[in-house]
Design a protein around this ligand. Structure first.
Ligand code: ADP
Ligand code: ASP
Ligand code: MG
Length: 431
């Protein structure tokens, strides 16, 4: 018994029936004696629909970020009121609070605001009053009283940050899959649910494009030591015999669940930009990437190539597709200083990545991934890697097939996968 923070995503509250189902689950937890704080997202595709409305009204003009946040924050406000009403219908005392009412103070970066502080005094008071507190995800307020939003998928962050601020006993993220899988089960049907995953592995999966949890929310959880569970809101309720197992997200995975390769991620929301023939001298990369930093654009991957002794190099980067137009404008501006440099870009690409804490300590993992793609005749257009990730850029049309091939190659559908193509031994020279 204690404080339990639950979060229900858009698909979990997409219809009145689903909202009632959420209310029944919340009521069950309350009957077990817990104090419930329930974070909800906007219903279904509401946020996308609001974005489309804004685009329609704005035409060629870029909508004001302040007004965008005013608009986007309304989606979550609908869900909190409806869930509170559904709880009332079941006889459960409940109150809805917006993000600002729940104490979320943020900086003023509209559409991607950072949480500066969570002061959940009101939430605590309502809990003491015996109520279930329903909080709008994804939103906060600046010191000047302006409404902000926390970036796409930001309700995950609301839940994790509230769990940290309240010192909650448990934090449960309910979504439309019953946990974190070895790959997106919609793309790789043979994917398997992981009983446990570490913050670091989930961070890499999220950074590689798995949308199951918002990247910033996992960073926040790691930083504040908030362990949480990912579960399905569509699974049977506990009173119907559901087991509420899901995936535990923890600092250190129990030895029995450790795998050299944890999962495969596919990111369709990327674009590649290549600058051909930039001068090969000190300061060039610094100039280019400072320009990106000034516009607050996050670069996904960077590859610079140029043979020894060459006077020019090529720089390829991947960025979020939403950032493509701004990124191209930055490149065109900087390139004026480097006559002869050419710019090409491609949006018809996707990034397939493998993630696992064993990648740095096992040889042959890169080879096995590249062979799996080669056997399918899938061309790799860019390779990047880190201690626990290897990514390949491929044609978007082949990405699902590539993910399945790599998943098969590492036997990830098995409970205890063996490394195929390596003897599983560790080696200092990785990949
Ligand atoms: P919510 O609306 O509940 O926040 P999201 O759509 O943001 O849900 O995230 C859940 C979706 O994430 C799933 O439907 C699934 O298709 C996708 N997904 C991507 N990668 C994974 C993965 N490794 N494990 C589970 N789900 C994944
Ligand atoms: N409704 C917001 C979005 O669609 C926040 C969230 O769902 O987490 O991005
Ligand atoms: Mg989400």
């Amino acid at each position: 018994m204690g404080i339990v923070v639950q979060k229900y995503g858009g698909s979990s509250v997409a219809t009145p029936e689903r909202i009632l189902r959420v209310a029944r689950r919340v009521a069950w937890y309350r009957r077990q004696g817990h104090d419930l704080v329930v974070v909800v997202s906007a219903m279904g595709e509401t946020t996308d629909q609001l974005l489309a409305l804004a685009a329609e009204v704005s035409g060629d003009a870029r909508p004001s970020p302040r007004e965008m946040d005013m608009l986007l924050a309304t989606g979550e406000q609908v869900s909190i009121a409806l869930l509170a009403m559904a709880l009332h219908r079941l006889g459960v005392p409940a109150i809805s609070l917006t993000g600002p009412q729940a104490g979320f103070r943020t900086d003023s970066t509209h559409r991607n605001a950072r949480i500066l502080e969570v002061r959940p005094d009101r939430v605590r008071r309502e809990l003491q009053d015996g109520k279930v507190v329903v909080v709008a995800g994804f939103q906060g307020m600046t010191a000047e009283g302006e409404i902000t939003t926390l970036g796409r998928g930001g309700s995950d962050l609301t839940a994790i940050a509230l769990a940290a601020a309240l010192g909650a006993d448990a934090c449960q993220i309910f979504t439309d899959v019953d946990g974190v899988y070895t790959a997106d089960p919609r793309i790789v049907p043979t994917a398997r649910r992981l009983p446990e995953i570490s913050y670091d592995e989930l961070l890499e999966l999220a950074a590689a494009g798995s949308q199951v949890m918002q990247l910033r929310s996992v960073e926040f959880a790691k930083q504040h030591g908030v362990e949480f569970q990912v579960l399905s809101s569509l699974a049977p309720l506990p009173e119907e015999g559901g087991n509420e197992e899901g995936t535990r997200v923890v600092a250190q995975v129990n030895k029995e669940f450790q795998r050299p390769v944890t999962g495969v991620a596919v990111n369709f929301r990327v674009a590649r930009i290549t600058l051909l023939g930039v001068p090969d001298r000190p300061g060039v990369a610094a100039r280019l990437f400072r320009a990106f930093a000034e516009k607050k654009i996050v670069i996904d991957d960077i590859v610079q190539s140029g043979g020894p002794g060459s006077t020019h190099a090529d720089i390829s980067i991947t960025v979020a597709r939403d950032d493509l137009d701004t990124s191209l404008a930055i490149c065109r501006d900087v390139m004026q200083e480097w006559p002869g440099t050419e710019l090409v870009y491609d949006v018809d690409v996707a990034k397939v990545s493998i993630v696992g804490s064993g990648i740095a300590s096992h040889y042959g993992i890169g080879a096995a991934m590249f062979e799996a793609l080669a056997e399918k005749g899938i061309n790799i257009e860019m390779i990047t890697g880190s201690e626990i990730k290897i990514s390949c850029l491929v044609r978007a049309s082949r990405a699902a097939e590539a993910a399945q091939a790599v998943h098969d190659r590492f036997g990830l559908e098995a409970e205890h996968p063996q490394l195929v193509g390596t003897d599983g031994a560790t080696a200092t020279q990785s990949r």
